[in-house]
Design a protein around this ligand. Structure first.
Ligand SMILES: [Zn+2]
Ligand SMILES: [Zn+2]
Ligand SMILES: [Zn+2]
Length: 143
């Protein structure tokens, strides 16, 4: 992703173009898997934690990134597919955790199936984590 694309994305969401915002979006665009705050701290170690945390919170609220829960216990984040808005995330897709490379990715093409709850329960949202071996690791194995 080019710097132009990053600037355009931030402008679309009416966000001021700060260096930190640009760098954080850049990391999300170049990684094809979900990223945790500690991952970001390692890659962008010239920013302090609070600044990174605030940037993540802003992006979450704007509908630019969503939370990805996997089995590491760390909250990870990934770019939204573009259907999300400031007040509503629409990321009810399956997340896939690879047991080899330990990356977690969004499977946008597969939605979380409709869940019917017993009477008296109200549905809010659902997370579905599928574990297995990803395409990249599978390809490595075949060599
Ligand atoms: Zn979203
Ligand atoms: Zn893998
Ligand atoms: Zn996702």
């Amino acid at each position: 992703m080019s710097a132009d694309n990053i600037n355009m994305l931030l402008k679309t969401y009416n966000l001021r173009l700060t260096e930190c915002r640009k760098d954080v979006i850049g990391v999300f665009m170049e990684q094809h898997h979900a990223v945790s705050q500690p991952d970001l701290e390692l890659r962008l170690n010239h920013y302090d934690r609070v600044t990174l945390y605030r940037t993540l919170t802003t992006f979450l609220n704007k509908g630019i990134i969503h939370k990805v829960l996997d089995d590491t216990g760390l909250t990870k984040y990934a770019l939204c597919s573009g259907h999300c808005t400031e007040h509503h995330h629409a990321d009810e897709h399956v997340h896939f955790k690879c047991i080899k490379c330990e990356n977690t990715i969004c499977i946008d093409a597969v939605s979380v199936p409709a869940i019917t709850l017993p009477d008296g329960f109200t549905y809010l949202d659902a997370n579905l984590l599928v574990r297995g071996i990803c395409k990249i690791c599978q390809a490595k194995n075949n060599h």
